[in-house]
Design a protein around this ligand. Sequence first.
Ligand SMILES: [Zn+2]
Length: 409
Amino acid sequence: MEPRRATVRDLRRHNRSTLLSTLFFEGPLSRHELGRRTGLSAATVSNVVGEMVDDGLVVEAGLVESDGGRPRVLLRVNPDYGSVIGVDVGETGVTMELFDLGMNRLAAVDRPLPPPQPDPSLVGPLIAAGLEELLGKAGLAEADVLGVGIGVPGTVEQGDPVRVHAQAIGWDGIPLADLVRECGVRAPLYVENGAKTQGQAEMWFGAGRGARHAVIALIGSGVGATVIADGSTYRGSTSSAGEWGHTTLVYGGRQCRCGSAGCLEAYVGAEGVLDRFRRARGGRAVPRPDEQSQLDFLLASADRSATAARVLEETVGYLGAGIANLVNLFNPERIVLGGWAGLALGTRLLPEIRTATASHALRHAYEQTSIELCQLGPDAVAVGAATLPVDALLTLGADARRPARPAMT
Ligand SMILES: [Zn+2]
């Protein structure tokens, strides 16, 4: 009898997950429209939606006219059911944002991390303090938080404990979730690679929407990518797939932070671009206090400085070659260029980047691909991190506050 009961329960959970996800991404919708979009029967929709309304997960959202009949009640996911927090652990600071379940941003905090490399022992206390501050600003308690998603540099080994391997910044098997727990945080934690959280944000709400095969590129100080294959993130055997920044672009080339030489990141990551600019200036430091404003300086100098123009032209060439590798390997329908440096370069140079890609990619594959800018801006890693607990809720459907997957600790 046990397997039979499990099947019924699984089916019920699947139906809840389907209806909840459809309301989250496409709502508000009427019961009639929910049935049409999910293929579920009117009776199933009515039962399951009734349960979710009783649970407070779904609420009414006005009326819509129907053809000749009575007006239909619209339904949507209740934004006040709970809140989620997204954390972007970057190389120079931690950004934290708090959202309701409608993904409306309720509060945000930013904390710098002392350079040159983020010290993992500082990150736990910083996140715990940031969480307190966010809750204070929004007037919420920790019990209202459905989960905290944390986007980090490097590879995330999901297990117990969750370990972060970020060779380029000297993090070797850091048990990050445990470090946060030790600072008193009780809400469920989800840890994921920052490029993958940014990728999920663009796929859910930004330039990736509707694509089945896509690559979301993240170019900041470092370089990463999320590969979406047939609608799902391609992870590889231990979740490290997508380390595009450490594919070799120039054999025997520039030293990379990962210890290898000639990696794409050493040429198109902001640190690599700025170092090439500095060398091209005969070793003179690039003016401005931080990488972001230094890259802006480089972009603004291109019109009057032949040196700056040449460095940018080479950057476009390297980036085009790197993107062409993605086109040839994955045959995506869309490539989304994101990350603060990707956005800065792409805003000014997207046509040139497309031309450079075309000259390195196989023609037929290139013709199937569009190259676009991300839509969510520099906080996409934090937004994407906040989608991790939402994803668990949507997948689980049946019981919102039960552990969803091993990633949760
Ligand atoms: Zn490397």
